[in-house]
Design a protein around this ligand. Structure first.
Ligand SMILES: C[S@@+](CC[C@H](N)C(=O)[O-])C[C@H]1O[C@@H](n2cnc3c(N)ncnc32)[C@H](O)[C@@H]1O
Length: 530
């Protein structure tokens, strides 16, 4: 699917036969499995597997193989990651050599400590092959290191080798039963394989721990019921817990590990429009059409996170800040652009000093933004409450990068953004897009009878995904845009991030509040403020 490819070539388990061709009637064979991390045709594969390079058993066959060995895929496995990027898996009948086997030691030997440092550095820098190799060595070393096990599991999971990650998540959980992140990662992996069993487990957790917000959210995703599915927004307690915990590593994880680029892509989208509209001789020049208004750019960043959008759009509100580059090679500049990076003299293209406001439910995220210095005002709170607190027509740009994935029902956000924006104000955001299968599920839940034809009826609403995030139907977003008086200026399909080697498809949208009379929308917004 465009990213890393898993080559499955044979089996390590000589007790189980698996067929080598999809639905073929040929004989089954005993075989070995070599799983390869890396690009298709990675160097080394042909040498390692003469004569086998192009034969891949169907994924289902491999899954049933793993299930046959252990129903919950909790296998005693040993991984070896070679220099070329091949992951070789050995399953053992006994637990010898399994993760966590052997006499554990509480402190690392010197060589283990240095290996852990190197592996962690490679992991942070996004060199997953090196990191996986070192973590795999560490994870089977006598020193019981939960970090190595967790990171190895996270790498395997992100490369789509989720089954192999299971024993390593188990190792972390056995060591720290309270580790909610490892539990929820494991729940995510097993939820795809054994949704019934995992649903039962989450029901039990929620019954025993009514304040376990993660478990409640996960249960809502699995059952499409409960508050998150019905109210159309993730529980703020859940968001706070997840993002407070992730805040420190947020940029590394999203930008390096998941190829997240939405803030840069939104900047490009807005820039492109601003340049085109300045050069357009037909563009209206009356004061009410001018962007920004007399008070400079007034930007509100909904779900500001660690402040990537604040840094990328800051040159609009702060005449001393030079625009940060948005091209791939220079992305690191955004990641390091903290307080000290502000130029003393106003930038030549600078306008009037404006205001950059950021709002986020996670106080730890807001602390990081405060340190970064890109925002004039920061609020710990809910995005819609923040919009509701703004004066009518006071804002030039409302931004939301990867935040509406936590708000399914966007009616109130659109209504409040329409009210807060000045005439011709901009509303720029990213979304995950609903797939056809999800659209059909939503339509069926709504009581769709198919009478008006499939396409006309299913392009509506939002869907709470197993990932814990919402996806939106493009038709739903277009309907809201019309309802609240927005013109659609730009729409751009993007890959929001790449997760477990699967690209998550989404969209960037740039809307403009129409400058005509808005009494209808404003009344609707005022009603929804209440
Ligand atoms: C995936 S992060 C994106 C952060 C940032 N916009 C970026 O692009 O780097 C989503 C952020 O939205 C915040 N968030 C989610 N729901 C929210 C809500 N209803 N109100 C305010 N913040 C919210 C989370 O705390 C998190 O920091």
């Amino acid at each position: 699917a465009g990213g890393a490819v898993v080559h499955v070539v044979g089996s390590w388990c000589d007790a189980v036969d698996i067929p080598f061709s999809d639905g073929g009637s040929g004989p089954s064979r005993r075989c070995r499995v070599v799983l390869c991390l890396g690009e298709e045709g990675a160097p080394g594969l042909p040498e390692a597997l003469p004569g086998w390079t192009t034969t891949c058993p169907p994924r289902d066959a491999v899954l049933s193989l793993l299930r046959a060995v252990s129903p919950l895929a909790v296998l005693p496995l040993v991984l070896h990651v070679s220099e070329e990027g091949h992951v070789e898996v050995q399953a053992t009948a006994s637990s010898a050599g399994a993760p966590g086997a052997g006499a554990p030691s509480a402190t690392p030997r010197e060589d283990e400590a240095s290996l852990l440092r190197q592996a962690s550095q490679a992991y942070d820098a996004g060199d997953f092959l090196l990191a996986a190799r070192e973590f795999a060595r560490l994870a089977s070393a006598p020193y019981e290191d939960a970090t190595a096990a967790y990171n190895l599991a996270a790498i395997l999971h992100s490369f789509g080798l989720s089954l192999l990650a299971v024993p390593y998540f188990m190792k972390v959980i056995l060591r720290s039963p309270e580790d909610r992140t490892a539990h929820s990662m494991l729940g995510g992996v097993l939820g795809e394989l054994e949704p019934g069993a995992v649903t039962l487990a989450y029901r039990e957790i929620v019954r025993r721990q009514p304040t376990n917000h993660r478990a409640a959210h996960r249960l809502a995703c699995l059952t499409q019921s409960g508050r998150a599915a019905e109210e159309g927004r993730a529980d703020p307690e859940y968001i706070r817990e997840v993002f407070d915990e992730m805040a420190e590593q947020f940029e590394t994880r999203l930008v390096h590990h998941l190829q997240y680029r939405a803030p840069w892509q939104l900047r490009d989208l807005v820039d492109e429009f601003l340049v085109a509209s300045t050069e357009d001789p037909e563009a209206p020049t009356t004061p009410e059409h001018r962007l920004p208004g007399a008070g400079g750019w007034r930007i509100v960043d909904l779900g500001c996170g660690s402040g990537l959008c604040g840094r990328l759009f800051r040159h609009l509100t702060d005449p001393r800040a030079a625009p940060l580059p948005t091209d791939e090679a220079e992305i690191h500049q955004t990641l390091v652009a903290l307080k000290g990076a502000v130029a003393r003299e106003p930038h030549p293209s600078a306008g009037v000093r404006g205001v950059m406001t950021g709002v986020d439910l996670s106080s730890k995220m807001v602390d990081i933004c405060r340190e970064g210095g890109a925002y004039d005002t920061l609020v710990v709170g809910d995005a819609n409450d923040c919009l509701a607190s703004l004066a009518t027509g006071s804002t030039s740009l409302v931004l939301s990068a990867d935040t509406f994935i936590y708000i399914g029902d966007l009616e109130r956000s659109f209504s409040l953004a329409a009210e807060a924006l000045q005439p011709n104000g901009l509303f720029a955001f990213s979304l995950e897009s609903m797939g056809r299968h999800e659209q059909q599920q939503v339509a069926e839940k709504r009581g769709w009878d198919g009478a008006q034809g499939l396409d006309a009826e299913i392009d509506e609403g939002f869907f709470l995904r197993a990932s814990g995030r919402y996806a939106h139907a493009p038709g739903y977003v277009m309907r809201l845009a019309r309802k609240f008086g927005f013109t659609v200026l730009r729409r751009k399909p993007i890959t929001v991030r790449t997760e477990t080697a699967v690209p998550i498809e989404g969209e960037l949208l740039l809307l403009q509040r129409q400058s005509g009379s808005f009494s209808g929308q404003i009344q609707a917004a005022a009603a929804s403020k209440g």
